[in-house]
Design a protein around this ligand. Sequence first.
Ligand code: HJL
Ligand code: ZN
Length: 200
Amino acid sequence: MTQSLPALTIKMPEEWEGPVRIWDGPVPPAQAPDPNDHMQYMRLALDQAQESPPKPSNFRVGALLVDADTGTILSRGYTLECEGNTHAEQCCLLKFAQAHGLPEERVGEALPPNTVIYTTMEPCNLRLSGNLPCADRIIRTKNKDGEQRIKKVYLGVKEPEKFVGENQGRAKLEENNIQCVHVPGLDERILEVATAGHES
Ligand code: HJL
Ligand code: ZN
């Protein structure tokens, strides 16, 4: 014998009380960012790189400025994001400076003491256009007392020898006591994104 099912009561729209709440307590906090999860930030930098328009005469790079004390992302940027012939690291710095009413060369005055930069490619030390290289832009991030703000650079790949021979960006940063750390694991994808639009 088949049991009859209880009658289904369908509520009319005016009686609808919203979805059933399983948990009615306080909302649990969102997971705090982990400043030691370098891969997480490098992936986000790579997402930025993919926003960059392909161009045969430079690389598509993405970068993030992070407060290493809290894990907070302060700024993000990608090649050619800002007006003109701009690099990813440059855009990050410029956007953060602008948000604080400063010109880029004074960005260090607004950066927290323990700022790090993630970039999918080693910062440049020579640009074919003659623009100020990003290594110098990073080195000049000092506060009003001359204290260095960006003290560490996390990079995804070394710059391929395509436009300027061997890039001395890492060496220049290290000479200025800025630590450079390679974050391994995304190299292949970073280069694929960086060189999209190049003639083979
Ligand atoms: C990094 C970038 C970017 C490069 N490197 N770290 N971030 N585009 O956003 C390095 C490459 C230069 C060429 C051409 N690229 O960019 O060496 O036209 O893009 O000044 O030297 O120079 P310009
Ligand atoms: Zn650069």
